[in-house]
Design a protein around this ligand. Sequence first.
Ligand SMILES: [Zn+2]
Length: 275
Amino acid sequence: MLRQVVEGVLIHESGFCQSNAVVVHGRAGVLLIDPGVLGYEMAALANDLRELGQPVVAGFSTHPHWDHLLWHDRLGAAPRYGTARCAATVRDLLSDARWKARITEWIPPDIAEQVPLDLLGLITGLSADTARIPWDGPHVGIVEHQAHAPGHAALLIEERGVLVAGDMLSDVLIPMLDLNDTADPIEDYLAALRLLEGAAGDVDVLVPGHGSIGGADQVRARIEQDRAYVHALRDAHVPSDPRLGPAATYDWVPGVHARQLQRLTRRSQRDGTPG
Ligand SMILES: [Zn+2]
C-alpha cells in the first residue's frame, strides 16, 4: 500500500478523496506528512512502517483542516508539527468543543465511524522563522503562505526533488480559497502560487494533498491551471477547467465553485470594491 515515488519518499493514497500521506525516510525513522483519514488505513500504515523497522520520528500537518490533522495511536508519540499559524488556528478551534461536533457533520456519514478524532490536531507550532522541519533526515523546507487555510505550508524536499503541495496543485480539486476572515483571498492565493513557482524550479515530483502525483512537467502545468481558475473566479468568468467539467472526478466540485463565486460576489458588494 506504500508506494515509492522517488528514493526515500513514499506515499499512501487514501480511499477518502485521494488524500496523500507522505513518508520521508530519515536516519532513525520516518517523517510522516498529513498521515491520512481512515483509522484502518493509518493503522495499516503504522504496521507497514513497523515491519520495515521505520518508526515515525516526526509528523507534520500542512494546514489546519480536519483531513490533514488526524493521527492514529499506533503511529506512536513522535512530535507533530505545523506552522505557528497553523497550530494557533487549531488550538483556537479545539478550545471550542463544538468544533469536533461540527467536523463530524462535515465527514461523509459513510466513513464517519472510521475517522478517529481523539488525536486530532495535537500539533506543535514551529516559529515563523523556522526554515525547515527539525528532524534527523533530508532537509524539508517549509514554504508558508496564506492560500486555502491560515498557516498553510508546502514542503520542499530539495535533495529528493519533491514538492509536497498540501491542498494546492491538485488535478482533481479546484483551488479552494480561505474566505473566512481574510482581507484578500484572491491575492493570497495568487501570491502563494508565485511562491510555489519560485520554489519548485528543480522539482521532479509533485505530491498534492488530494489527487495524482505529478512529474516535473505537471508542476508548471498545475500552477498555471490553478492560476487560470483563480483569475476566472476573480473576474467572474466561467472557468474552463477539467476539474469542474463533465469529466470531473468529484461531482461536488462544481458546488464548491458556485459557493466561492457567490461568497466573493457578496464580499465585493459589501465592500463596494471590485474583487
Ligand atoms: Zn484536504
